[in-house]
Write a protein that binds this ligand. Sequence first.
Ligand SMILES: Cc1cc2nc3c(=O)[nH]c(=O)nc-3n(C[C@H](O)[C@H](O)[C@H](O)COP(=O)(O)OP(=O)(O)OC[C@H]3O[C@@H](n4cnc5c(N)ncnc54)[C@H](O)[C@@H]3O)c2cc1C
Length: 625
Amino acid sequence: MARDITRRDFLDGARIALTGAALSGSVAPWLACAGNDASGATASALSATPGASGPYPPALSGLRGSVEGSYEVAHALVAGRRFERAGSATGESYDLVVVGAGLSGLAAAYLYRRARPDARVLLLENHDDFGGHARRNEFRVGDVFRLGYGGTQSIDTPSNYSPDALALLRELGIDVARFHRAFDSTLYPALGMSEGVFFAREDFGVDRLVAGYGELPWPEFAARTPLAAAARADLARLHADERDYLPGLSPAEKTALLERISYAEFLREHARVHPQVVQLYRRFWISYFGVGADSFPAAWIAREPALPGLQGTHHIPGYVDEPYIFHFPDGNASIARLLVRALIPAAIPGHTMDDVVLARADYTQLDRAEQPARLRLNSTVVDVRHGDGQRSVEVAYVRDGRVESVSARHCVLACWNGAIPYLCSELPAEQKRGLAWAVKTPLVYVSALLRNWRAFQRLGVHAVWAPGSFYDAVMLDFPVTLGGYAASRSPDRPMVVHMAHVPYHPEEKGPEQWRAGRRALLTTTFAHFEAQVRDQLDRTLAPAGFASEDELLALTVNRWPHGYAREPNTLWDADWRDAETPPWELGRRRHGRIAIANCDAGASAYTDAAIDEAQRAVGELLEHG
Ligand SMILES: Cc1cc2nc3c(=O)[nH]c(=O)nc-3n(C[C@H](O)[C@H](O)[C@H](O)COP(=O)(O)OP(=O)(O)OC[C@H]3O[C@@H](n4cnc5c(N)ncnc54)[C@H](O)[C@@H]3O)c2cc1C
């Protein structure tokens, strides 16, 4: 699949990367006569929000996410480098210092100040933007403004959120019921668009896009695929059949078996489908599962029927089926921005979940001495230890190549568990082992701005699953209209297309595949990501005459070598239900004045976990006094 990186690709990469940044405020000739068809926010709507000078990270394109400059200090720390503290004291002293300004760190700062309104709080973050994975991508071309999400996509199944997490959303002004109106579930179906599958020639001998996945009767869908006749029959059977592939086993025995075998093994050995069907589902939705079908237990599908085959065999209760509509135009970056607004009102104007969508953040306001809450970007924490006879926590970080340190009464480590043993050496060895368990899944979220989406409409697809391609998912943006921001409703108008990539290393077992993937992501150039975007869009949309050369306007590649939090996987892990203390519980123990938040601490890659863990960590510190 991978095309050689040529000089042209490299130049294209450079051009595209620059385009996104340079486009801000410029007028592209093709847009100069654009009408006002409600396809995007207008420049005047945006300029209604107070302007701001200084850096504005959401508008940067090219390679984003964990960019160069954000991780080198942490990697040096892991490699054994020590950072000298002498002379580093800034003289600053806080009630709370939070390491990591993702959703968990921001929530921790907010909850601490809610309990102690006079508290002075500092957040330290190694990236050039706040929100952690909850990242906002902006594109502006002439009078058209488009938003995308660089990570944390949606409020997934809010009915499953804890009362505390829901209460926090409500306090921020988020009424999740609002999305039932904001999300237009009819837009794409009304245009005859459904989900499709792209069969790539590398796996299936020919490139072919087949629309109607989940819409057409399965035999009809299967008949349109390039699969062998026997595989087509098996694909239709796998979806439509209600047969029990584990006859004679009790429900408990089925659960036990399905937790021990992979979904791929279930397909091969029990559903006994043609190898091409296994091939089809090998990497299907890998950007959701984080691993291929050979590395997650079939029990996951018995619980959440995201993939076919177990519907007649076994169902494990617990999964809540709620529409996937709880999406701000910039994903959960809006939650991060609402938290920042609550902490530092001067940084983000406005008062509601609606007006935050178009509010322009003023990054110059984040770190002002006169404010009770401060947020310091580009600051990698390298050392956290108790001082002053256990009466304080001393936090050292590297900013602009210099070591600085601050003092605090309390500290919440809301950064990644895997990093904590390196920056807090005084933790007990057993706790460090628990923290080290949390190897994160690497992944990439691409926001590609296209001139229009006519090709998608012509081919009848709004989302394409591409299990044999570099990007396993290609999706038109969620049709959300909120707070003056309008979804792109006309196929003739610009659209942000989301694409996701997870490195696939089946030769490695367990979390080793994520370590291999992380190395791969850190050495993959923007030019290569771009070449893959072009190649995949050109091939997928070829029957509609699509040419990325003409259609691709700007590209933001959000790279997350440390992505999803690790969740227990019964194929590799002990059965934690029987274990005394699972590793993530060992890892998150309060240590004196230091508590541990972030969603790694809950072994759950979701926003509610990030909030719940913040609530727990802050509660522990306040109780401790
Ligand atoms: C691509 C992607 C898509 C996702 N989609 C969803 C979704 O749709 N719904 C959902 O609920 N969840 C989703 N998630 C899960 C997401 O991780 C959580 O929802 C949540 O955003 C995590 O917040 P956090 O604060 O725990 O971690 P993070 O967002 O990772 O924040 C931790 C922060 O700590 C910083 N940090 C680390 N080390 C240091 C240091 N030494 N010094 C200073 N700062 C440091 C990190 O850079 C980071 O910014 C997604 C995750 C990814 C990667």
